[in-house]
Design a protein around this ligand. Sequence first.
Ligand code: ADP
Length: 617
Amino acid sequence: MAIKHAFQAEVSQLLHLIIHSLYSHPEIFLRELVSNASDALDKLKHLTLTQEEYKGVPFTPRIDISFDTKDRKTLTVSDTGIGMNDEELAANLGTIARSGTREFLSAMAADAKGGANLIGQFGVGFYSSFMVADRVEVVSRRLGEQKAWRWTSDGKGEFEISEAEREGCGTTVTLHLNEAGKEYADQWRSEEIIRKYSNHIAFPIHLHYDEKGEHGGRVEKTEQVNAALALWKRPAKDLKDEDYKEFYKTLTHDDEDPLLWMHVAMEGAIEYTTLFFIPSRAPFDLFRYDYRPGVKLYAKRVFITDDEKDLLPVYLRFVHGVIDSEDLPLNVSREILQQNRVLANIRSASMRKILQELGKLQKDRQKYQAFWKEFGRVLKEGLLQDFEHRDELLELVQWKSTAVEGWTTLAEYKSRMQKDQKAIYYLTGGQEASLRTSPLLAAWKRRGIEVLVMDDEIDEIVTPGIGTYLETPLKAVNRSATADDLATDEDKAKEKDSAGVVEKIKKALGDAVKDVRASVRLADAPSCIVLDDRDPSVQMQQILKSLGTKDMPEVKPILEVNPGHPIVVKLAGLADEAAVADASRLLLEQALLLEGAPLADPAGFVARLNRVLEKAL
Ligand code: ADP
């Protein structure tokens, strides 16, 4: 009996996008099916080698592709892999498990045009079959089970599961081709695609077709179309760029070429091969906790896992690829993996290699900027997580700056420093435009000293921990002590002279501030907010609050006033206490506004402003 199931809503949305041909290359359906078959063979191989109960199961891996050349109605991809039972069919081909993927799909479906652009990056896997077929049938038998099951669907909201027959475990996918799909039921066309997309698949792929025989009838032919050698095991000199690119696409479902790849074959105390890719574009789930790790682990070409997030550090989670070692046991469990010395060794060599290659990429400015735009933010996390590679990471990070267009590195900043400049200065806490116009920068502008403009939220967390770069300290412009670096003797004298007005404002503000100080850093602005060394910035406080951080001590601002500014000068001579109170408050409130802090008392602010305006007009 056939049981009807409805697709999960997001699967229906995905199918809708696919069927309405938002995808630019329908031919990739074959790559996706072959890649699934190869994964299923990988999993079976692993089980037959490691699980007692399956050790007797003969492993004869193969992928068979056939079609009827005459009517061009069907195309079939069959594997002798691990197979699926009825529950797995329903779960794997009817739902999308990862919440990140689900949310992404909902967002994509809501924006049909954006969807068209994004779907290529997303990779649609099995469901891509519906680009070329109006009905898809999957017959599968799970390893160790007697029953086989048939899954069928026209991709329009429902699928059906019923009992079926199948010899041995594995999966057969039959596509009932639509108009657009007919062209693939052709020997030359399909052979071309399979060669292009699947040459590096580690299992033999057999193509079945029929040809006109000598006596008019049709003769069946079978041909193995790939070398069935894991691509990463082939010497780099034998591989062309195209080979790497196609392998990358099979591995990631990404439709774009990778930005960079690195292929290392290590022979020595520990024998291993790694092949890593850096994508051209960030995946949608890069900043989600349930992101999909990009590296697959193999031992002696036997697949071990593709779901281990620890193969590379979290800040390199954008790297895709393969690690394969001769020195890993086949039956490693997760726990063992994490303590395995061989793997720890490979991991650390891989990190070094990836950072090195990124260093080389910096020489190609355009490419590096493309990389940085997509992954810079993730790489910066490394400064918090990986002290061992701190020096390498400090060469790789970039920020915007008041001195140059675009991005700049710390090395470049250093090369532009003035002779007596004491530190690398930076400003965090806001959008680029508001940082660039911040009154805090006036003193640096006046002296022509460059300031790094750090407009990424993570900068606030990362940068204070850097400390020094090649012995030069990094200093935040919005910290109260930093301005001392720039103060001349004349400035210091001015600060002293303004002690009276500072005291007056301080008294007026009471415990609304931590302190009031005279500042020579300001030019046109009458006041600004600065921080003590250890205090979190205004933006940071807001982030912490939005994260629901409890027991956050209230951090009171330090107000700096510009003793040369007419408002402050007038305040010094003002006797009316109410007017002093209003003006002092407004000096504080305007400085907070510029910092992007919400006003604590908007009604009071407006009342003060109106009193002052009334007098002025
Ligand atoms: P992905 O391969 O990215 O996970 P797919 O939509 O292509 O996404 O496949 C969904 C799941 O269905 C796979 O993860 C796998 O568990 C299962 N699957 C697909 N094809 C096969 C197959 N030929 N043999 C066994 N399992 C399969």
